[in-house]
Design a protein around this ligand. Structure first.
Ligand code: NDP
Length: 337
C-alpha cells in the first residue's frame, strides 16, 4: 500500500502525562512527509496525517500518531506550539495549506465550529482528494453544515466526536464516534483506530455529534449532582473530597438501574396509569422524594435550582393525571414543538 500522511490542526498545552497507550506498543520510525499526491482510494495502511490545532487534544493525537509510525504534519495558530512536535519528529507547517497538501488524512482539532470554517474554507481546493476528519466538538447541525460545505466542494468529509480526554488517547479507554462519508471512514479507519476504538454511527454527519452531546449532557447533569451534594455536605464541615468519594460509591451502586430505565422507557406501559409499582417509582413517589431534596437543600441554606426543573416536570405529569405513571415518563416530557 502507498505511504500516506496525516495532518493535525491545533496543538494545546494541557497535555497530561500519558498512561500506557496502545500507540506505545507499535513504535516505528518517524517519517517526514513532503508535498505529495494524496492517496485517493480504499484503505491506507500508513497514511500521512495533518493535524490542525495543537491544543491539549491535538497534541495528544499528534503524539499518538507519531508513536504509531505515522508521518505527521502539524499546524497551529500560535506557531510556537509546533516546536516540541517538530523536535519529536513531526513536520511543522507554516500555513494550513502547507499542512493539508502534505497529508492524506487531515484531522481538525480546533476550538469550535467557527474556527474550523475560518481555516478550512480558504483551502477547499487543497483538500480535494484527501480525507477530511473534523474532530472538533460541534453541534449536530454544525457538523451537517460542514458536511454540506464539503459536498459542495467535492470533498470527502467525516465528522468525529472524541469520547476521551487527551491522556486517554491511544489507550483502551479511548473511544471516538464518527459519522458522514462511509468510504472516508473505511479509508482512514486503520489510522483512526490508533487513537481509540472507532465507532461509525451512520451517513448523517450529525450523528456522532448528537451522541456526543447526549452523553455529555448526562455527564454534566451527574457533575451538577455532585456539586449540589458537596454544597449540602459542606454545611456540616464535610470536605468535598469525602463527599465526592461517597457520591462515587453511591452512583456506582445504582448505575445498573440505567439499563432497566432504558428498557422500561422503550415499553409503552411506563407512560400509562397502569404502571406496576413493583417495576419502580411512580410520579407521585418521585415528587415526594425530589420535593424532600429541595426542602433539605433550602433548610441547609443551599440553592436547589439544579433540581427544580426536574420537579417542574414531575408536577406537570401529576397535574395532567399521570401521578401513577412511572416517573421515568419525564423523558417523554422533554421534546418541544
Ligand atoms: P485547547 O483549548 O487546548 O486548544 C484549542 C486549540 O484551538 C488550540 O490549538 C488553539 O490555538 C486553537 N484555536 C482556538 N481558537 C482558534 C481560532 N480562532 N483559530 C485557530 N485556532 C484556534 O482545546 P483542546 O485541544 O482540548 O480541544 C480541541 C477540541 O477537542 C475542542 O473542540 C474540544 O471540545 C475537543 N475535545 C477536547 C477534549 C478534552 O478533554 N480536551 C475532549 C473531547 C473533545 P492557539 O494555540 O493558537 O490558541
Amino acid at each position: 500500500m502507498p505511504q500516506g500522511s496525516l495532518t493535525v490542526l491545533g496543538l494545546g498545552d494541557r497535555r497530561a502525562p500519558a498512561p500506557a497507550r496502545l500507540c506505545d506498543d507499535r513504535l516505528e520510525p518517524h517519517h517526514r512527509p513532503t508535498h505529495h499526491q494524496p492517496v485517493r482510494n480504499h484503505v491506507m495502511t500508513n497514511p500521512t496525517a495533518a493535524v490542525l490545532g495543537l491544543g491539549a487534544m491535538g497534541s495528544a493525537i499528534t503524539a499518538c500518531l507519531r508513536d504509531t509510525g505515522h508521518a505527521t504534519v502539524v499546524w497551529n495558530r500560535t506557531a510556537a506550539k509546533t516546536e516540541p512536535h517538530a523536535e519529536a519528529g513531526s513536520r511543522a507547517a507554516a500555513t494550513v495549506a502547507e499542512a493539508v497538501t502534505a497529508a492524506d488524512v487531515v484531522l481538525v482539532v480546533l476550538f469550535d465550529h467557527a474556527s474550523v470554517r475560518e481555516h478550512l474554507e480558504p483551502v477547499a481546493a487543497e483538500l480535494k482528494g484527501r480525507t477530511l476528519v473534523n474532530l472538533t466538538t460541534t453541534t449536530p447541525n454544525q457538523a451537517r453544515a460542514t458536511a454540506a460545505w464539503a459536498a459542495e466542494h467535492g470533498l470527502t468529509y467525516l465528522d468525529g466526536a472524541i469520547m476521551a480526554t487527551p491522556d486517554m488517547i491511544g489507550t483502551p479507554a479511548s473511544r471516538l464516534l464518527y459519522s458522514g462519508d462511509r468510504s472516508a471512514y473505511d479509508t482512514a479507519r486503520a489510522l483512526l483506530e490508533t487513537l481509540g476504538a472507532a465507532d461509525y454511527q451512520g451517513e448523517d454527519a450529525g450523528l456522532a455529534s448528537l451522541k456526543d452531546m447526549a452523553l455529555l449532557t448526562a455527564m454534566y447533569q451527574m457533575f451538577g449532582g455532585l456539586f449540589q451534594a458537596v454544597a449540602m455536605m459542606r454545611t456540616v464541615g464535610a470536605t468535598a473530597a469525602d463527599t465526592a468519594g461517597e457520591v462515587g460509591g453511591w452512583l456506582g451502586a445504582i448505575l445498573p438501574h440505567l439499563g432497566r430505565f432504558g428498557a422500561e422507557l422503550d415499553r409503552a406501559a411506563h407512560n400509562s396509569g397502569d404502571h406496576d409499582p413493583a417495576r419502580g417509582q411512580d410520579v407521585d413517589f418521585a415528587r415526594a422524594a425530589v420535593g424532600a431534596l429541595i426542602t433539605a437543600a433550602r433548610e441547609q441554606g443551599v440553592g436547589a435550582d439544579l433540581l427544580e426543573p426536574l420537579m417542574r416536570h414531575l408536577d406537570e405529569l401529576a397535574a395532567t393525571g399521570r401521578g401513577t405513571a412511572d416517573w421515568i415518563s419525564v423523558a417523554d416530557q422533554l421534546p418541544i414543538a
